[in-house]
Design a protein. Structure first.
Length: 320
């Protein structure tokens, strides 16, 4: 336990061993740490991301566009392992100098267009395909206001509350209370807004819903920081109703699977190159295919009981 009172030095210096879940990748300097060429698929949109809330915003949007018939939104999605520092590779830094996921390359333009920051990507795609963004000026302004509300508010939820409640090496009451109070205020803002509206901006489902749902919908559905009970999310009834409605959309179900490498194996699609991948290339499906091939190979060598036991243990290992 560190001292309860911290006296800042006159000039702060970086202590690489400061602790916390992300201490090994956080640093006070920018730029690439190593050379790495990004993988590239065949589709116009090339996404490099991870299924954190900011990443989910974009994959939900892409899946919603495809579901609405916009074939130009077809995409390849490659996972970026931020815990291994892949966001500091030279290829990724080329498309996002801020080294944060998600980052998108649109190869349908000449020259290709890079877009980084999740809110910017949502707006770029909405304007490119003229979808999920109101055309009426007043309604568009309302949508933009809520989109930027999310971008400005979520750091309080993630970098503030989430960090001190779930990830910091030690728990202190002051920062947890400070950020819990602000997050509950934000939840109340949304709950009041949704009291008489189907979606955030009214009757129309927009990029504002996608952006806010990825963070605040996940929170009230109990999928962030294991803090649902602590924040009494059940009391925000209008927000919870909206979150469940968004969660039930087919495109949302697909979007939140993409670039996911944790959770239930059937919910993990680590790399997405085709719509059929949701059926054929989930983590569970790939492990099943691996075990099936191994079973056929070893049937003629060992007794079936040994094969069964070995493959079951292998399956558990692969699914971990």
């Amino acid at each position: 336990m560190t001292d309860a009172t911290y006296v800042p030095p006159k000039v702060w210096t970086w202590d690489a061993g400061s602790g916390g879940k992300f201490a090994n990748i956080n640093r006070p300097i920018a730029g690439a740490t190593h050379d790495k060429v990004l993988p590239k698929g065949k589709h116009p949109m090339q996404l490099h991301s991870l299924a954190t809330p900011n990443g989910v915003k974009v994959t939900v949007m892409l899946e919603e566009l495809l579901a609405a018939g916009f074939t130009g939104a077809e995409y390849d999605a490659f996972i970026v392992n931020i815990m291994e520092g892949e966001q500091f590779g030279s290829g990724f830094v080329d498309i996002n100098p801020n080294s944060k996921i998600p980052a998108l390359m649109d190869n349908s333009t000449n020259p290709p267009t890079r877009v980084f920051e999740s809110g910017a990507i949502l707006l770029y795609l909405a304007e490119k395909f003229n979808a999920f963004l109101p055309s009426d000026p007043a309604k568009k302004a309302e949508c933009m206001s809520w989109l930027f509300w999310q971008m400005g508010s979520a750091p309080m939820l993630g970098g503030g509350f989430g960090h001190f409640y779930a990830y910091a090496p030690e728990k202190y009451q002051y920062p947890i209370d400070r950020y819990a109070m602000e997050v509950k205020r934000q939840l109340d803002v949304l709950n009041i807004q949704l009291a008489d509206k189907e979606f955030i901006c009214g009757d129309e489902y927009t990029i504002a819903d996608m952006a806010i749902w990825a963070w605040y919908g996940a929170m009230v559905l109990g999928k962030l920081y294991e803090a649902a009970e602590f924040l009494d999310v059940e009391s925000y009834t209008h927000l919870l109703r909206w979150a469940k409605k968004i969660d039930a959309r087919d495109a949302v179900k697909r979007g939140k699977m993409v670039n996911r490498s944790w959770g239930q194996p059937e919910g993990q699609l680590r790399q997405r190159n085709d719509a059929s991948d949701f059926v054929n290339k989930t983590r569970r499906k790939l492990v099943y295919m691996h075990l099936q091939g191994a079973c056929l190979f070893y049937l003629g060598i060992f007794p079936s009981s040994i094969i069964y036991s070995t493959l079951i243990n292998t399956g558990y290992s692969l699914l971990a």
